[in-house]
Design a protein around this ligand. Structure first.
Ligand SMILES: [Mg+2]
Length: 226
């Protein structure tokens, strides 16, 4: 970083660190492989379809439910596909991995004495699978799923419920996510500092976030000790 460049995050104005899970702490490669390849392949196999026909049937379900609680609900996908989606995820669970900056970032946040919250749209079944694979759960002061609060992070109702359940000062919170619609919702609620990540998948393409402060990964905002 050039000396004249302003840091992306003003850590002196942060009391609470809220972090998305998939694509922020964990490599989105798992989710991309699962949704783009593994589920369509298993769906085709189960219903005796070609993969092309399977994709034709699944694509409208994907696009029609993006950003809703259903999209993030393993029960919804099991009902829709006739497959045991939790078991299917186990089949590719070896791909669950933290992104390289995750542990150094969480260590630095802890050294600074700040609470770290995991704030995710993922279904509790998926959170459990990923916490088991990564051993990250003990590093968070709270693990909050939108499923438990009844609204997806894209909704203002999610943020209002979050504040009811776990009181915090929005103005002194930092929220990091790779989804632009979620970052927009957090900013609209009044989260003081938001950051969009542009490299959620270690093996995927870069995401553009024109409206929000953007970093490639958490590696770019690791705080110094206070
Ligand atoms: Mg994400």
């Amino acid at each position: 970083m050039a000396v004249s460049e302003r840091p992306l995050i003003d850590w002196s104005r942060v009391d609470t660190v809220m972090l998305d899970m998939d694509g922020t702490l964990l490599d989105l490669h798992f989710d991309n492989v699962f949704w783009q390849y593994h589920l369509p392949a298993r769906y085709a196999e189960h219903h005796s379809l070609t993969e092309a026909v399977a994709r034709e049937r699944l694509d409208p379900v994907f696009s029609g439910n993006a950003g809703t609680l259903s999209w993030y609900c393993t029960d919804f996908w099991s009902d829709t596909t006739g497959l045991d989606v939790v078991a299917l995820k186990q089949e590719v669970a070896h791909l669950v991995a933290t992104l390289p900056a995750t542990l150094p970032f969480l260590d630095a946040v802890k050294r600074r004495g700040l609470p770290a919250w995991l704030v995710t749209n993922a279904h509790p079944d998926s959170v459990n699978l990923k916490m088991q694979r990564t051993g990250l759960s003990e590093r968070f002061d709270h693990i909050v799923t939108s499923h438990a609060l009844g609204h997806a992070k894209e909704s203002q109702a999610f943020w209002a419920r979050l504040q009811d359940c776990y009181p915090f000062d929005p103005a002194r919170a930092l929220f990091v996510d790779d989804s632009p619609s979620v970052v927009a919702a957090a900013a609209a609620f009044g989260i003081g500092q938001v950051l969009a990540l542009s490299e959620p998948d270690s093996q995927g393409s870069v995401r553009e976030h024109s409206h929000w402060p953007t970093a490639a990964t958490l590696a770019d905002i690791i705080p110094d000790s206070a």
